[in-house]
Design a protein around this ligand. Structure first.
Ligand code: SF4
Length: 103
């Protein structure tokens, strides 16, 4: 292997590694913006009391009753949103007793 071969191999290896990094970027982004590791902050103690009273949970067992499908939810599917009844950060897959289905 001469010097040019070694240089070409070095470039090829660099390109390969760059593609691996680019391919992994969306997965890292998904984790950062809520791919499963999303945690929504409840807020002050008073807010937590309201969450508890309405049996709010971050992961509801019934997908058809998730916050993201509730009329009172404002936000997207991959980040914490807000709710007009329950204070604090609201998980898109959360739910509570005050769920109102979107029409
Ligand atoms: S009312 Fe309950 S189900 Fe609806 S968005 Fe608020 S916390 Fe989620």
């Amino acid at each position: 292997m001469d010097h040019d071969d070694a240089r070409r191999l070095g470039r090829r290896e660099m390109m390969r590694r760059s593609l691996v990094v680019l391919a992994a970027a969306p997965a890292v982004t998904a984790i950062g913006c809520g791919g499963g590791a999303l945690e929504c902050t409840p807020g002050p103690a008073g807010d937590q009391a309201m969450r508890t009273a309405l049996h709010y949970v971050d992961h509801g067992p019934d997908a058809s009753r998730h916050c993201v499908r509730c009329q009172l939810y404002t936000g997207g599917e991959s980040a914490c949103g807000t709710c007009s009844v329950v204070a604090g950060g609201i998980h898109p897959q959360g739910t509570c007793d005050s769920f109102v289905a979107r029409s």
